[in-house]
Design a protein around this ligand. Structure first.
Ligand SMILES: [Zn+2]
Length: 271
Protein backbone atom coordinates (compact mmCIF):
# COMPACT_ATOMS: atom_id res chain seq x y z
CA UNK A 1 0.00 0.00 0.00
CA UNK A 2 2.68 2.45 1.05
CA UNK A 3 4.78 1.50 -1.92
CA UNK A 4 1.83 1.94 -4.25
CA UNK A 5 1.13 5.41 -2.88
CA UNK A 6 4.78 6.30 -3.36
CA UNK A 7 4.71 5.08 -6.95
CA UNK A 8 1.53 7.01 -7.71
CA UNK A 9 2.91 10.08 -5.99
CA UNK A 10 6.06 9.81 -8.06
CA UNK A 11 4.07 9.46 -11.28
CA UNK A 12 1.97 12.53 -10.50
CA UNK A 13 4.88 14.67 -9.31
CA UNK A 14 6.59 16.98 -11.70
CA UNK A 15 8.47 20.19 -11.25
CA UNK A 16 6.70 23.10 -12.84
CA UNK A 17 8.55 24.66 -15.70
CA UNK A 18 8.00 28.19 -16.87
CA UNK A 19 7.60 29.01 -20.55
CA UNK A 20 10.44 31.48 -20.19
CA UNK A 21 12.84 30.34 -17.47
CA UNK A 22 14.40 33.81 -17.16
CA UNK A 23 11.36 35.53 -15.72
CA UNK A 24 8.68 34.79 -13.17
CA UNK A 25 8.72 32.59 -10.12
CA UNK A 26 9.49 28.89 -9.76
CA UNK A 27 7.10 26.67 -7.85
CA UNK A 28 6.43 22.97 -7.25
CA UNK A 29 3.35 21.14 -8.51
CA UNK A 30 1.43 19.18 -5.90
CA UNK A 31 2.07 15.51 -5.29
CA UNK A 32 -0.28 12.72 -4.29
CA UNK A 33 -3.11 13.91 -6.50
CA UNK A 34 -5.12 10.69 -6.32
CA UNK A 35 -8.52 12.34 -6.70
CA UNK A 36 -9.27 13.58 -10.21
CA UNK A 37 -9.39 17.37 -10.51
CA UNK A 38 -12.98 17.19 -11.79
CA UNK A 39 -14.14 15.36 -8.64
CA UNK A 40 -12.35 17.80 -6.37
CA UNK A 41 -13.65 20.86 -8.21
CA UNK A 42 -17.24 19.57 -8.26
CA UNK A 43 -17.17 18.81 -4.55
CA UNK A 44 -15.56 22.16 -3.68
CA UNK A 45 -18.12 23.93 -5.87
CA UNK A 46 -20.96 22.27 -3.95
CA UNK A 47 -19.45 23.25 -0.59
CA UNK A 48 -18.94 26.80 -1.81
CA UNK A 49 -22.53 26.97 -3.07
CA UNK A 50 -23.82 25.83 0.34
CA UNK A 51 -21.72 28.39 2.14
CA UNK A 52 -22.91 31.22 -0.09
CA UNK A 53 -26.56 30.13 0.25
CA UNK A 54 -26.17 30.11 4.04
CA UNK A 55 -24.61 33.60 3.95
CA UNK A 56 -27.39 34.82 1.67
CA UNK A 57 -30.13 33.47 3.97
CA UNK A 58 -28.59 35.42 6.84
CA UNK A 59 -28.46 38.56 4.71
CA UNK A 60 -24.65 38.58 4.74
CA UNK A 61 -23.89 38.04 1.05
CA UNK A 62 -22.63 40.84 -1.23
CA UNK A 63 -24.20 43.68 0.75
CA UNK A 64 -21.76 46.27 -0.57
CA UNK A 65 -22.04 46.36 -4.40
CA UNK A 66 -19.04 48.68 -4.75
CA UNK A 67 -16.72 46.36 -2.81
CA UNK A 68 -18.09 43.31 -4.65
CA UNK A 69 -17.37 44.96 -8.00
CA UNK A 70 -13.91 45.92 -6.77
CA UNK A 71 -13.12 42.30 -5.81
CA UNK A 72 -14.55 40.94 -9.08
CA UNK A 73 -12.55 43.42 -11.17
CA UNK A 74 -9.30 42.45 -9.44
CA UNK A 75 -10.17 38.75 -9.80
CA UNK A 76 -10.76 39.17 -13.55
CA UNK A 77 -7.37 40.84 -13.88
CA UNK A 78 -5.59 38.00 -12.03
CA UNK A 79 -7.54 35.23 -13.78
CA UNK A 80 -6.17 36.32 -17.15
CA UNK A 81 -2.75 34.99 -16.12
CA UNK A 82 -3.87 31.90 -14.17
CA UNK A 83 -3.28 29.44 -17.04
CA UNK A 84 0.46 30.03 -16.71
CA UNK A 85 0.32 27.95 -13.55
CA UNK A 86 -2.46 25.51 -14.38
CA UNK A 87 -3.80 25.14 -17.88
CA UNK A 88 -7.10 23.66 -16.62
CA UNK A 89 -7.89 27.05 -15.10
CA UNK A 90 -9.07 28.08 -18.54
CA UNK A 91 -12.16 25.94 -17.96
CA UNK A 92 -12.84 27.02 -14.37
CA UNK A 93 -16.11 28.73 -13.52
CA UNK A 94 -14.64 31.49 -11.39
CA UNK A 95 -16.82 33.03 -8.68
CA UNK A 96 -16.10 35.89 -6.30
CA UNK A 97 -18.32 36.77 -3.35
CA UNK A 98 -18.10 39.04 -0.34
CA UNK A 99 -19.39 37.90 3.05
CA UNK A 100 -20.20 40.46 5.72
CA UNK A 101 -18.26 39.22 8.73
CA UNK A 102 -15.66 40.62 11.10
CA UNK A 103 -13.54 37.56 10.39
CA UNK A 104 -10.16 38.52 8.90
CA UNK A 105 -10.25 35.88 6.20
CA UNK A 106 -10.30 35.05 2.50
CA UNK A 107 -10.04 31.84 0.50
CA UNK A 108 -10.14 30.32 -2.96
CA UNK A 109 -11.46 26.77 -3.18
CA UNK A 110 -10.38 24.37 -5.95
CA UNK A 111 -11.84 25.42 -9.29
CA UNK A 112 -11.64 29.17 -8.60
CA UNK A 113 -14.35 29.71 -5.96
CA UNK A 114 -13.23 32.85 -4.14
CA UNK A 115 -14.63 34.43 -0.98
CA UNK A 116 -13.51 37.52 0.91
CA UNK A 117 -14.81 38.52 4.33
CA UNK A 118 -15.43 42.21 4.95
CA UNK A 119 -13.24 41.91 8.08
CA UNK A 120 -10.04 41.43 6.11
CA UNK A 121 -10.75 44.45 3.87
CA UNK A 122 -11.88 46.75 6.68
CA UNK A 123 -9.47 45.81 9.47
CA UNK A 124 -6.40 45.79 7.25
CA UNK A 125 -7.59 48.79 5.19
CA UNK A 126 -6.57 46.91 2.07
CA UNK A 127 -5.51 48.74 -1.07
CA UNK A 128 -6.28 47.24 -4.51
CA UNK A 129 -2.67 46.02 -4.77
CA UNK A 130 -2.92 44.33 -1.36
CA UNK A 131 -6.22 42.69 -2.29
CA UNK A 132 -4.53 41.47 -5.49
CA UNK A 133 -1.65 39.84 -3.60
CA UNK A 134 -3.97 38.17 -1.02
CA UNK A 135 -6.37 37.01 -3.73
CA UNK A 136 -3.41 35.93 -5.86
CA UNK A 137 -2.04 33.94 -2.92
CA UNK A 138 -5.38 32.16 -2.47
CA UNK A 139 -5.71 31.55 -6.22
CA UNK A 140 -2.13 30.23 -6.07
CA UNK A 141 -3.19 27.48 -3.64
CA UNK A 142 -5.97 26.51 -6.06
CA UNK A 143 -3.77 26.62 -9.18
CA UNK A 144 -1.03 24.55 -7.54
CA UNK A 145 -3.76 22.15 -6.39
CA UNK A 146 -2.86 22.25 -2.72
CA UNK A 147 -6.52 21.68 -1.90
CA UNK A 148 -6.71 18.73 -4.27
CA UNK A 149 -3.63 17.20 -2.64
CA UNK A 150 -5.11 17.70 0.82
CA UNK A 151 -8.49 16.28 -0.19
CA UNK A 152 -6.73 13.25 -1.61
CA UNK A 153 -4.90 12.78 1.69
CA UNK A 154 -8.08 13.24 3.71
CA UNK A 155 -10.03 10.76 1.64
CA UNK A 156 -7.23 8.23 2.06
CA UNK A 157 -7.25 8.79 5.82
CA UNK A 158 -10.99 8.87 6.36
CA UNK A 159 -11.93 5.78 4.45
CA UNK A 160 -8.71 3.86 4.75
CA UNK A 161 -9.15 2.02 1.49
CA UNK A 162 -6.30 1.24 -0.82
CA UNK A 163 -4.92 3.81 -3.18
CA UNK A 164 -5.83 1.54 -6.06
CA UNK A 165 -9.50 1.44 -5.23
CA UNK A 166 -9.51 5.23 -5.02
CA UNK A 167 -7.76 5.44 -8.32
CA UNK A 168 -10.03 3.08 -10.19
CA UNK A 169 -13.31 3.08 -8.34
CA UNK A 170 -14.16 6.60 -7.32
CA UNK A 171 -17.84 5.82 -7.32
CA UNK A 172 -17.38 4.19 -3.93
CA UNK A 173 -16.38 7.42 -2.22
CA UNK A 174 -19.46 8.89 -0.61
CA UNK A 175 -20.56 12.45 -1.09
CA UNK A 176 -20.18 13.05 2.66
CA UNK A 177 -16.54 11.98 2.70
CA UNK A 178 -15.74 14.22 -0.24
CA UNK A 179 -17.63 17.12 1.35
CA UNK A 180 -15.74 16.67 4.61
CA UNK A 181 -12.45 16.54 2.74
CA UNK A 182 -13.34 19.70 0.79
CA UNK A 183 -14.04 21.52 4.06
CA UNK A 184 -10.79 20.38 5.63
CA UNK A 185 -8.98 21.48 2.49
CA UNK A 186 -9.64 25.13 3.35
CA UNK A 187 -9.78 24.98 7.14
CA UNK A 188 -6.35 23.56 7.93
CA UNK A 189 -3.01 25.32 7.46
CA UNK A 190 -0.95 24.32 4.47
CA UNK A 191 2.66 23.23 4.66
CA UNK A 192 5.25 25.97 4.78
CA UNK A 193 6.55 25.18 1.30
CA UNK A 194 3.02 25.42 -0.08
CA UNK A 195 2.56 28.78 1.64
CA UNK A 196 5.76 30.09 0.09
CA UNK A 197 4.73 28.86 -3.36
CA UNK A 198 1.28 30.45 -2.99
CA UNK A 199 2.99 33.73 -2.05
CA UNK A 200 5.13 33.53 -5.19
CA UNK A 201 2.22 32.75 -7.50
CA UNK A 202 0.23 35.56 -5.90
CA UNK A 203 3.07 38.01 -6.48
CA UNK A 204 3.46 37.00 -10.11
CA UNK A 205 -0.29 37.13 -10.85
CA UNK A 206 -0.45 40.55 -9.19
CA UNK A 207 2.61 41.85 -11.08
CA UNK A 208 1.42 40.61 -14.47
CA UNK A 209 -1.98 42.24 -13.94
CA UNK A 210 -0.44 45.61 -13.08
CA UNK A 211 -0.63 45.41 -9.29
CA UNK A 212 2.45 46.28 -7.27
CA UNK A 213 3.77 42.95 -5.91
CA UNK A 214 5.51 44.83 -3.06
CA UNK A 215 2.02 44.98 -1.54
CA UNK A 216 2.62 41.37 -0.41
CA UNK A 217 5.09 42.80 2.12
CA UNK A 218 2.71 45.44 3.47
CA UNK A 219 -0.10 42.87 3.75
CA UNK A 220 1.97 40.67 6.05
CA UNK A 221 3.20 43.65 8.03
CA UNK A 222 -0.40 44.77 8.56
CA UNK A 223 -1.44 41.22 9.39
CA UNK A 224 1.20 40.82 12.09
CA UNK A 225 0.41 44.26 13.56
CA UNK A 226 -3.23 43.21 13.81
CA UNK A 227 -2.24 39.91 15.44
CA UNK A 228 -0.12 41.78 17.98
CA UNK A 229 -3.04 44.09 18.73
CA UNK A 230 -5.09 40.98 19.54
CA UNK A 231 -7.24 41.25 16.43
CA UNK A 232 -9.29 44.27 17.42
CA UNK A 233 -12.96 43.68 16.71
CA UNK A 234 -12.22 39.98 16.52
CA UNK A 235 -13.05 39.29 20.18
CA UNK A 236 -9.38 39.17 21.12
CA UNK A 237 -8.76 36.39 18.62
CA UNK A 238 -5.82 36.57 16.24
CA UNK A 239 -6.90 37.09 12.60
CA UNK A 240 -8.57 33.93 11.27
CA UNK A 241 -6.38 34.18 8.18
CA UNK A 242 -3.29 33.56 10.32
CA UNK A 243 -4.64 30.22 11.57
CA UNK A 244 -4.57 28.87 8.02
CA UNK A 245 -1.63 31.01 6.81
CA UNK A 246 0.93 31.16 9.61
CA UNK A 247 3.06 34.27 9.47
CA UNK A 248 6.41 32.67 10.03
CA UNK A 249 9.45 34.83 10.58
CA UNK A 250 10.96 34.31 7.19
CA UNK A 251 7.79 34.94 5.20
CA UNK A 252 8.42 38.61 4.51
CA UNK A 253 12.12 37.90 3.85
CA UNK A 254 11.18 35.22 1.27
CA UNK A 255 8.76 37.61 -0.40
CA UNK A 256 11.37 40.37 -0.54
CA UNK A 257 14.01 37.99 -1.90
CA UNK A 258 11.68 37.04 -4.75
CA UNK A 259 10.56 40.57 -5.68
CA UNK A 260 13.33 40.94 -8.32
CA UNK A 261 11.76 38.03 -10.24
CA UNK A 262 8.41 39.77 -10.57
CA UNK A 263 9.14 43.51 -10.47
CA UNK A 264 10.13 43.58 -14.19
CA UNK A 265 6.72 42.02 -15.02
CA UNK A 266 5.03 44.77 -13.03
CA UNK A 267 7.15 47.55 -14.57
CA UNK A 268 6.24 46.31 -18.06
CA UNK A 269 2.53 46.88 -17.36
CA UNK A 270 3.26 50.52 -16.50
CA UNK A 271 4.94 51.39 -19.79
ZN1 LIG B 1 -1.90 30.26 2.13
Amino acid sequence: MKFLVLVLAFLSASAFSQQDPKEGVEVQRSRLLLLPASTVERSAGQQYGQLMRAASEKGLLNRDPQQVERLRRIARELETHAVRFNKNAEKWHWEVNLISSKSVNAFCMPGGKIAFFTGIIDQLHLTDDEIATIMGHEIGHALLEHGRARMSEQVLKSIGITALSIFFNLGQISHEILAQAANLAVSLPYARGQETDADLVGMELAARSGHDPRAAVSVWQKMSRLAQAGGKGGRGQPPQFLSTHPSHESRIRDIEANLPKVMPLYSRTKK
